[in-house]
Design a protein around this ligand. Structure first.
Ligand code: MG
Ligand code: ZN
Length: 181
């Protein structure tokens, strides 16, 4: 059973330009890859869990998302911080097109992506952490019973710190905090 750091994508790994779906829109936040390498070297699996309602809304399709994700994984590999998995929720409860408009258990704040990853890859949620930029990320982590939730200020304007164990500037500082636990 592996300890894991679950990472939101937009606003945590890359600048949240809104519905990022192309390589030329994907701008890594500073220090992200080296922070992830430190977590990997400390024995943490790295799993991305990202809401992608842009798919439901028809802004891009799953093939485009997969193409960008493949490129993103290559960047992590090259940096010595391989991702164990990337989970995404393509749904939205009321906006968009069939078959994606529905209530689901994967869209954060639901914990479905974390729980599915834990089952598929034998991850130890009780020794794991969630890092995100929104309260819904914190709630997903709480609902999955991870050990701690870190809110970063590198994405969406922080309006509530509810559910966060700590609030830090970005992923570098989040990794520092995780590695001290
Ligand atoms: Mg985000
Ligand atoms: Zn979903």
């Amino acid at each position: 059973m592996r300890k894991t750091v679950f990472l939101d994508r937009d606003g945590v790994i890359n600048v949240d330009h809104g519905y990022v779906h192309q390589i030329d829109q994907f701008e890594f936040l500073p220090g992200v890859l080296s922070a992830c390498r430190r977590l990997h070297e400390a024995g943490y699996a790295l799993v991305v869990v990202t809401n992608q309602s842009g798919i439901a809304r028809g802004y891009y399709d799953e093939a485009q998302f997969a193409h960008l994700t493949q490129w993103m994984k290559e960047q992590f590999n090259a940096a010595g911080a391989p991702l164990t998995a990337v989970y995404y929720c393509p749904h939205h409860p009321d906006k968009g097109n069939d078959p994606y408009v529905r209530d689901c258990d994967c869209r954060k704040p639901e914990p479905g992506m974390l729980v599915a990853a834990a089952q598929a890859y034998e991850l130890d949620l009780a020794r794991s952490y969630m890092i995100g930029d929104k309260p819904s990320d914190m709630t997903a982590g709480r609902q999955a019973d991870v050990s701690g939730c870190v809110l970063v200020r590198s994405g969406k304007q922080v309006e509530s710190t509810e559910g966060a164990d700590v609030v830090v500037e970005g992923l570098q500082q989040a990794a520092d905090w995780v590695l001290k636990q």
